[in-house]
Design a protein around this ligand. Structure first.
Ligand code: CA
Length: 360
């Protein structure tokens, strides 16, 4: 077909073709740049790497049709202002931990971590195959967001303390940094719980404004430098057994992207979840060994403290069950967790025990 005939055919070429041409937003034809605001400092170990990974993957996959302009915490808005920036349209997308938004909706906790919730493996099982992503989408719709999990820290440490914890009563009056529903549970034990951005925690601990903090795990914590302030470190924590990071795009912006651009963001987020989890897990063991060698006293909470964590956590979760979406998300997550863990315990869990017994 020569060009003149083609143009004529296109002009008269039927309602479907004409409608799809008209429906395409004007800018869909051109290259797009999206501004991504984040809760992390540029170059921050693990979480800063994850935000950069999403940017680099989208920019590389799109061949220039979609570029993300990264504005790390404080560069455009503060670490905890990114949700409002994206829902209001001031920025196009964020990278953060969704449990920072529990005051906007308590169900956001499930898309980072809830106390006594899922490990990273159990979380992806739920997210990709047992209803998690659909619930994340439903929650995002309320605020005009399209959200994806995009990073994972694996199991986080119990944290750094100015004194040893020998029983639940030791939390009375303790000024401790812990976000999300885990932090609310600690409040039930009498702690004075604060949530401050990661970049500000070192100063708060060093100045004595905090008696303790959790942040990530040995690698991220070592990079933050908490071992310079206290030597008392608890490895296992109840509050973030497999904490996911998220990126979310303003829904109108996401809908205005081409299907290819939308898929690129989805794929970049999923790739980052796996890449980031592996980065944390591959670095934590050697970082813990370095911390121990430098004189950090590495401890576990006693059972009496774990029992108190369990009771307080369930009380906090129960307080939100009156919210229909929270309860539906809880029921979905717990059913999936139970199904996953029943298999993992008798397969990889049992195998690891036997392997460690035989190989030492
Ligand atoms: Ca944390």
């Amino acid at each position: 077909m020569d060009r003149r005939k083609f143009l004529k055919a296109s002009a008269l070429g039927g309602t479907a073709a004409a409608a799809s041409t008209l429906a395409a937003p004007l800018y869909a034809q051109g290259n797009r740049t999206l501004t991504m605001v984040t809760s992390w400092g540029r170059g921050s170990a693990g979480v800063g790497d994850a935000q950069q990974r999403v940017v680099d993957t989208v920019n590389a996959l799109s061949g220039g049709t979609l570029t993300i302009d990264l504005k790390a915490a404080g560069e455009l808005v503060g670490a905890f202002e990114v949700f409002d920036a994206v829902t209001s349209g001031q920025a196009d997308m964020y990278h953060a931990a969704d449990y920072y938004w529990v005051n906007q909706h308590p169900a956001y906790a499930f898309f980072t971590a809830v106390p006594f919730g899922m490990t990273a493996q159990e979380l992806v099982n739920w997210y990709y195959h047992m209803g998690g992503a659909e619930l994340h989408d439903e929650l995002g719709q309320i605020f005009g967001l399209k959200a994806f999990i995009a990073g994972n820290t694996g199991a986080q440490s119990g944290g750094w303390f100015s004194k040893e914890i020998t029983g639940p009563e030791d939390f009375q009056g303790l000024r401790f940094r812990m976000p999300g529903l885990g932090g609310q549970a600690l409040g039930k034990l009498g702690a004075s719980v604060q949530n401050i951005p990661g970049a500000e925690v070192y100063q708060a601990l060093a100045s004595g404004a905090l008696d303790g903090t959790e942040w990530l795990g040995p690698w991220g914590d070592e990079a933050a430098g908490f071992q310079e302030i206290t030597k008392i470190y608890y490895t296992a924590g109840y509050h973030e057994p497999g904490a996911a990071l998220s990126c979310a795009v303003n829904r109108d912006v996401f809908d205005s992207l081409t299907p290819e651009q939308q898929k690129i963001i989805e794929v970049a987020a999923a790739e980052c979840h796996q890449w980031s989890l592996a980065q944390f897990l591959s670095n934590n063991g050697s970082a813990l060994a370095r911390l121990q060698a430098s004189g950090v006293n590495v401890l576990q909470f006693p059972d009496s403290v774990w029992d108190a964590f369990g009771k307080a956590s369930q009380e906090v979760l129960n307080e939100y069950m009156g919210d229909e979406l929270f309860k539906r998300t809880y029921d979905s997550a717990m059913a999936s967790m139970k199904a996953s863990s029943n298999w993992l315990k008798v397969s990889s869990g049992f195998y690891t025990e036997q392997r460690d017994r035989i190989l030492g």
